[in-house]
Design a protein around this ligand. Structure first.
Ligand SMILES: [Zn+2]
Length: 265
C-alpha cells in the first residue's frame, strides 16, 4: 500500500541569546554565541492536520526573558491553519516551551507519552535541577485535560495516521517523543529536544538539561534509524533550520520554513 505524503513546516515563535558553553555538557572549548530558536511544527495533507507542540505564552516569555516573536497560534494562521479547529496536537514533552499555549487548541486531543506525564507529576519534580523546564501551572492543566478525556496516551512507538508516528526517545525528559513523517522526499524526523541543535546528534554531545544520559545518546541513533538520512533529521531549537530550508511561501521568510523539501545544506 502506498503511504500518503505530508507537508511539514517549522514555525518560529521565539528566540533568545545563548552561548556555546551553555548548550553542551562539559561546556565548549570555543565559547561563542549560539542563539536558540523556539518552534512549533505543522504536519498536514488534504486529510489530516497535526500540530506538534504548543510553544509558550507572552507572559512566560517575559518571566523567562525570552524574545517572543508571535504566538504559535498566529504562526499557524499564517499557514492557513486555524488553531480552534485543530484536532490533534502532539506534545513532544511537557516543558514550558512545548506545551504553554495548549489553551489555544480548544478542540484538540493531546498526544503524550505515559512516561512524560508520570515524570512531570512524580518524585523527580521535587528537584530544581529536573523541574526547572516545567511550569507547574501547565502540568496542573494537563492533569485536568486527562480528566476531561483530552489526552491520548502512548507508550513507546505509535502510529497516529498512515505515515505519521511518534517514538519515545526519553533522555532529555523521561517521556520525550520524536515524530516520523512520510513526505515527498522520504521519512523526515522531527527530533524536538532529542537533539536541540544539529551538533548534538552529529557529534554525540549532549544538551545539559537531561534526565537520562544513556537514553539521550541512544536517542541520536534512534533518530538516524527513523530518518532516511541525516538531512532528514530536524533538530528542535537550531536557528540553522530557518537558514537551511526554504520559506513556506513568499512573505514567510524568517517565520516558517518547509521541511518536506531537501535542505540547501
Ligand atoms: Zn525545548
Amino acid at each position: 500500500m502506498l503511504l500518503p505524503n505530508y507537508e511539514v513546516y517549522a514555525i518560529k515563535y521565539a528566540t533568545r541569546d545563548a552561548r556555546r558553553s551553555a548548550n553542551f555538557i562539559g561546556g565548549d572549548p570555543h565559547d561563542a554565541p549560539m542563539p536558540m530558536d523556539y518552534y512549533v511544527w505543522l504536519i498536514r495533507n488534504a486529510e489530516r492536520t497535526f500540530v506538534v507542540d504548543a510553544g509558550f505564552t507572552a507572559e512566560v516569555a517575559a518571566k523567562r526573558k525570552r524574545t517572543f516573536v508571535r504566538s504559535p497560534r498566529e504562526g499557524l494562521a499564517m499557514l492557513g491553519v486555524e488553531a480552534d479547529a485543530v484536532r490533534d496536537v502532539i506534545v513532544t514533552h511537557l516543558h514550558y516551551d512545548h506545551i504553554g499555549t495548549f489553551h489555544d487548541f480548544p478542540a484538540a486531543q493531546f498526544h503524550l507519552q505515559d512516561d512524560e506525564m508520570a515524570y512531570a507529576t512524580g518524585r523527580h519534580m521535587r528537584h530544581a535541577r529536573l523541574n526547572h523546564g516545567y511550569e507547574v501551572d501547565d502540568v496542573m492543566e494537563m492533569v485536568r485535560m486527562v480528566f476531561k478525556g483530552r489526552v491520548q496516551f502512548h507508550a513507546g512507538d505509535a502510529e497516529l495516521a498512515p505515515g505519521v508516528s511518534v517514538h519515545r526517545i526519553g533522555g532529555h525528559t523521561a517521556g520525550l517523543q520524536s515524530e516520523r513523517v512520510h513526505t515527498g522526499r522520504g521519512w523526515v524526523v522531527l527530533a524536538s529536544d532529542a537533539s536541540h541543535y544539529y551538533e548534538h546528534f552529529e557529534t554525540g554531545r549532549c544538551f545539559p538539561t537531561v534526565y537520562h544520559l544513556g537514553e539521550m545518546v541512544e536517542g541520536f541513533d534512534t533518530l538516524r534509524r527513523l530518518a532516511d538520512s541525516p538531512k532528514h533529521i530536524v533538530p528542535g531549537h537550531d536557528p540553522l533550520v530557518m537558514a537551511r530550508y526554504p520559506a513556506a511561501s513568499a512573505g514567510l521568510e524568517g517565520i516558517a520554513v518547509r521541511l518536506d523539501v531537501m535542505p540547501n545544506d
